[in-house]
Design a protein around this ligand. Structure first.
Ligand code: PGA
Length: 264
């Protein structure tokens, strides 16, 4: 079975102190649930928290009570540049050095508020892979695109253009997150049927680009108003390999309830 993932995207929330508390609360709750060897929990806090949470993961990994947990850290963004005079940017190398394993690239909030297009995102993916970070590449259509019935075309373009100059072998080291823009932070999630249909489509696009075997092994996460009530039905779908969770990941109980719904 493909790796099943529950990823917490905290966005621009919590101070470092609050974030550490939230992380430790999540960790304590996770230690009480039955082990799922097929799953991983990823925490994507703001940049300012990466180092302290990485240290906490490291410290807890030595404690037998937490030894069964598979927890990784993600950044929410990285620069498309390597280093130099780019005030305010954070490079993949810096992120990697802070103890991070994953990086979210192309979240719809980055695409819309910061005008990041597929070309810029393709460069970010390059920088991430060069530094052995695993990109979690996000795609998803707007409400308008869905109502115009161009949602498949939109997502296909995002996937093809974002991944255009990387090899199939490199795609193996990625995760894709399908996040319909109309479902993010709105309380209106895609139905399991809508999500499954798009996940199967994305897998087909990857199969055409990289071959069936690589597509079959790729974890594709659903994001957009995922919560403890809808996670089970979404995660049961054959092409949905877990979730990228925003709002509900700021509540330790809710997030761990979602983790519990990952396929076993
Ligand atoms: P949401 O956010 O769960 O609050 O809808 C998901 C995301 O933006 O990754």
């Amino acid at each position: 079975m493909r790796l099943q993932i529950a990823a917490a995207n905290w966005k621009m929330n919590t101070t470092p102190e609050e974030g550490l508390k939230l992380f430790e609360h999540i960790l304590n709750l996770l230690s009480t649930i039955p082990e799922n060897r097929n799953s991983r929990v990823i925490i994507a806090p703001p940049f300012t928290h990466l180092h302290i949470i990485s240290e906490s993961i490291h410290a807890h990994s030595k404690n037998p009570r937490f030894s069964n947990l598979d927890i990784s850290l993600a950044a929410q963004n990285c620069s498309s540049e390597t280093k130099g005079a780019y005030t305010g940017e954070v490079s993949s190398e810096m992120i990697k050095n802070a103890g991070t394993r994953y990086v979210i690239i192309g979240h719809s909030e980055r695409r819309s508020y910061f005008r990041e297009d597929n070309n810029c995102l393709a460069r970010k993916i390059d920088r991430a892979l060069e530094n052995n970070l695993i990109p979690i590449y996000c795609c998803g259509e707007t409400r308008q695109e869905r109502s115009e019935k161009i949602h498949f075309e939109t997502v296909k373009n995002q996937v093809e253009e974002g991944l255009k100059h990387i090899s199939g072998e490199q795609v193996k080291n990625m995760v894709i997150a399908y996040e319909p823009v109309w479902a993010i932070g709105t309380g209106v999630n895609a139905t399991a049927q809508e999500a499954q249909e798009m996940h199967a489509f994305i897998r087909k696009v990857i199969a055409e680009r990289c071959g069936k075997e690589i597509a079959a092994g790729l974890s594709i996460l659903y994001g957009g108003s995922c919560n403890p009530k809808n996670a089970k039905e979404l995660f049961e779908c054959p092409d949905i390999d877990g979730g990228l969770v925003g709002g509900a990941s700021l509540n330790a109980n809710d997030f761990v309830e979602i983790v519990k719904q990952l396929k076993r």
